[in-house]
Design a binder for this molecule. Structure first.
Ligand code: URA
Length: 345
């Protein structure tokens, strides 16, 4: 006989915590997260300022999977599908996941959480359709059906195997704690994307005027394609930025006419090499190779965020999306899986 492990916690509850499937201890006690990973979960929640007793704790799957591995209920590839598999979202899964998922939707209706914390891949995928916890953890998301705030983080069982993920998960839980009563903020972003020639020149000239008056911190980033500069991004406050394209899908010759590009690159040279320019960027050694090769100048580098972060936290990943997940007030993973370009994109 299969044992079903139900949820635990108050109804309604401001925070709902969702795991993958019960383990042996949960099966024995009939409650979720009461084994080793459950104890670690309770400790991490408390460190983040969330009391476990205020949370409604549940799982996507209510049965203990073979070898405690929920992926045994999910077909890895099309060839692994059997007559036991049922389609749920984009995956083929076994009945315990489908029935658990249906219960989970009912529980969300009952509990009416302000915020959901998902642990590991399966609950993140079940409620948003997204798979990829390493990439998406810490993001400020919403459930796809009911638009409830959702923050995914690592599963505590994974943390017990990979201890340096713990501090990262506590960081994510702190973000969750902050938004359990309050809505995610909408920053007053002012981004110029695919700007006109006039807007580009005006923006760069205004920045040059500022640089003539005082030290000016400028964040700078290039996107490159096949050895060439595809676009350049500059921001001068946390909310103001311009993305200047040089390549585009519509026109093989480039986004600008030759004379326009010359005017823009000249202004970029004046701005980024200005004695008052304090250029900040991620791994600028890479960008500088491109500015030097194609535009014949090197920006006045003031701070390289990859180097600063690595000096402070040598053991942590140093890629930009990881750093954004730790340092940005408003974070949603943004890096696309594919690099294909769309017309107008
Ligand atoms: N892991 C889970 O995902 N859920 C539990 O209840 C226990 C361990």
């Amino acid at each position: 006989m299969t044992i079903q492990v139900g949820p635990e916690g108050p109804i309604p509850a401001q925070v709902m915590v969702i795991g993958e499937a019960p383990g042996a201890e949960e099966e024995r006690q009939g409650k979720p997260f009461v084994g080793a990973s459950g104890h670690e979960l309770t400790r991490m929640l408390h460190e983040a300022g969330i009391s476990r007793s205020e949370c409604f704790v549940t799982n996507v799957c209510r049965e203990r999977p073979f070898a405690n591995d929920i992926t045994n209920f999910i077909a890895k590839a099309k060839k692994d599908q059997t007559s036991d598999h049922i389609q749920l979202r984009d995956k083929w899964v076994k009945r315990p996941i489908v029935s658990g998922y249906n219960l989970l939707l009912q529980e969300i209706e009952m509990v009416k959480p302000g915020l959901i914390i998902t642990l590991g891949n399966v609950p993140l995928w079940a409620l948003t359709g997204i798979w990829g916890i390493t990439k998406w953890r810490g993001s400020m998301l919403r459930t796809s059906d009911s638009n409830i705030r959702l923050v995914p983080t690592y599963h505590p069982a994974a943390i017990l195997r990979q201890w340096d993920w713990r501090a990262i998960a506590v960081h994510d839980l702190r973000r969750a704690a902050k938004y359990r009563f309050a809505d995610y903020p909408v920053p007053p972003w002012n981004f110029l994307v695919r700007p006109s020639f006039g807007d580009t020149v005006r923006t760069l000239d205004n920045l040059l005027d500022l640089a003539h008056q005082q030290p000016l911190e400028l964040s700078f980033d290039l996107e490159t394609r096949s050895g060439h500069i595809a676009c350049a991004g500059i921001s001068w406050t946390t909310n103001d930025a311009i993305s200047i394209p040089f390549m585009c899908v519509e026109n093989q010759e480039g986004y600008w006419q030759a004379w326009e590009e010359a005017e823009i690159v000249y202004r970029l040279y004046l701005l980024l090499t200005h004695p008052n320019a304090q250029v900040v960027g991620q791994n600028l050694l890479y960008d500088a190779q491109y500015t030097y090769r194609h535009w014949h100048f090197i920006p006045r580098v003031y701070q390289d965020t990859m180097i600063s972060h690595h000096v402070a936290f040598a053991g942590l990943p140093k890629k930009l999306d990881f750093q954004a997940s730790m340092y940005c007030e408003q974070y949603v993973q943004w890096k696309p899986d594919r690099t294909a370009w769309k017309v107008g994109g």
